[in-house]
Design a protein around this ligand. Structure first.
Ligand code: ADP
Length: 509
């Protein structure tokens, strides 16, 4: 304690103090509180070091002066000093927070408690005044309040333990439409939809926040004008130093736009799924239809072919040249149709039947494919760079796929060019075997390389190159059903290499 501090409080004669010495020492030792007595009229009667420290007056400067010197002019104009004493006299005590003035004219934020002291007859004999300088805290609170106030993108507000609103920022006003005056004191459940209120959601929110220390959710909320917005909410319980719940802080964001976007995307995704399901259904129906049509066409076709042959064999002597020519055309068309029907049936069968995947020997399949070729075709085929791997596949399907590739390679060469097809099996990457069928034929322009794998896609007229346009569709579907991949590398007039890749069996074990 510094020397120049007054250590002897002046005691008003009427105040009976049992132990004046103890009291004096106690008060003198207090530096964080201004503790002083006022006489019944409000004149300063005692002064302690705390009072001197933050009010700036020494005891001899202030004792005997009216305590209104501590008040701002505005407070003095409305007789606040007298009013404080009056309230204290009436109810025994007066508490206040507000700006007070130091000796040098500067302001400090004071927390003031005035206690009325009466004698045994109930007569006011003075007032005890305890003042704390809370300027720092007040400014910090004010800064914090201004910060929260200024946030407009978030509704930030607080609730008391029961859920009544105790503070409200400008973001809350903007998002929910209420001014602070309108809403402070109201229960926060008014932001919820009637259905949510009926199922007790507001209480549930506070319970979870209280018990789990945090609540976070999204949901519909209601603005003052009755419109709804989709909100993202965080609720945190507020506790005092003793751990007692003092209320909740709530931060709400309006994320209606985001919600609309997500809903829209989900709706599109659902629509898409529905359409895919519908088109799969249509595809399946179409395939079933084409299968049964192809199937049913076979018998009448056989009849057309059989009777045309019989006509040629038994009656050609009575047919003139034109009739013979017509008959030949019927026979050619019927045979072409037969091929088409057969190919279509093969194609539909590929999706309809079960294809149990097994270990298949690459060598076994290729031997079979080559063996089944016509003798003049065999002459054109070379098997080289052969890795005798075992793959996961379906033997008959793999043979069918490779046969289609090989016969295409043999077919699509320039009229003057020699037929030459090279089959190879390699392992381009771990776990996969690649079957390649290479030719030096007419090649395929890049823009057609995708579509030729669709049914009936052909790049040439039937007179130029015979065919049905189903072969590569079988390659595509067959490979997919064996869980493999397919592709083509080709350049016009230089030839093509068609390939399919299947998993190797060894690595899958
Ligand atoms: P198809 O051979 O019966 O015409 P595909 O489905 O097997 O039917 O082939 C579709 C089309 O792809 C062929 O008509 C042809 O235009 C082209 N194509 C297929 N293989 C080759 C190839 N090796 N070289 C050039 N073009 C090819």
């Amino acid at each position: 304690m510094s020397k120049n501090v007054v250590t002897t409080p002046v005691i008003v004669p009427e105040i009976p103090l049992q132990s004046e010495e103890v009291f004096r020492r106690l008060v003198d030792s207090v530096r964080d509180y201004a503790i002083f007595l006022l006489d019944p009229q409000g004149y300063v009667a005692t002064w302690n070091p705390g009072a001197e420290r933050f009010k700036g007056y020494k005891a001899h400067e202030i004792i005997g002066r009216h305590f209104s010197v501590f008040f701002t002019q505005r407070d003095k104009d409305v007789d606040k000093p007298d009013w404080e004493l009056k309230v204290a006299a009436e109810v025994g005590r007066f508490e206040d927070e507000g700006w007070r003035i130091r000796k040098d004219g500067s302001r400090f934020w004071a927390d003031v408690i005035i206690t009325c002291i009466k004698n045994d007859d109930g007569k006011v004999i003075g007032y005890g005044n305890i003042t704390r300088d809370l300027t720092e805290r007040h400014l910090a609170e004010q800064r914090y309040r201004l910060l929260i106030e200024g946030v407009t993108d978030y509704a930030i507000y607080s609730l008391d333990p029961e859920g009544n609103i105790t503070s409200w920022n400008s973001g809350a006003e903007r998002i929910k439409g209420y001014t602070a005056e309108e809403i402070v004191g109201q229960h926060f459940s008014r932001f919820y939809t009637p259905e949510d209120v009926a199922r007790g959601l507001p209480q549930e929110v506070l319970r979870i926040a209280r018990e789990e220390g945090h609540y976070e959710a999204e949901g519909w909320r209601v603005r003052k004008d009755g419109t709804h917005f989709w909100s993202s909410v965080v609720v945190t319980p507020l506790k005092d130093e003793a751990g007692q719940l003092t209320g909740f802080s709530k931060i709400t964001r309006d994320i209606t736009e985001r919600k609309k976007l997500i809903d829209e995307i989900q709706r599109h995704a659902q629509e898409l799924e529905l359409r895919i399901a519908e088109s799969e259904q249509t595809n399946a129906e179409l395939e079933a239809f084409s299968y049964s049509v192809s199937h049913d066409l076979r018998a009448p076709l056989r009849a057309v072919e059989g009777f045309s042959e019989a006509l040629r064999e038994e009656y050609s002597h009575v047919l003139d040249d034109t009739a013979q020519d017509y008959l030949q055309q019927v026979i050619t068309a019927a045979s072409r149709m037969n091929q088409l029907v057969q190919d279509l049936l093969n194609y539909s069968r590929l999706s309809r039947t079960d294809l149990p995947l097994q270990e298949v020997s690459a060598k076994g399949v290729i031997d079979r494919v080559v063996a089944d070729l016509a003798p003049e075709q065999k002459k054109c085929v070379t098997v080289k760079e052969f890795d005798n791997v075992r793959v996961v596949g379906h033997e008959a399907t793999l043979a069918q796929v490779l046969t289609n590739l090989v016969t295409n390679g043999l077919k699509f060469h320039a009229p003057e060019g020699a037929c030459e097809v090279v089959i190879s099996v390699t392992r381009p990457k771990k776990g996969w075997a690649r079957f390649s069928v290479q030719d030096h034929g007419i090649g395929i322009a890049p823009e057609h390389q995708q579509r030729i794998f669709q049914v009936f896609e052909r790049l040439h007229g039937i007179e130029e190159y015979p065919g049905t346009g189903v072969g590569l569709a079988i390659v595509k579907r067959g490979t997919e059903r064996m869980e493999g991949r397919y592709g083509v590398q080709s350049a016009v007039k230089q030839g093509s290499t068609f390939w399919i890749e299947l998993r190797t069996a060894q690595e899958n074990k």
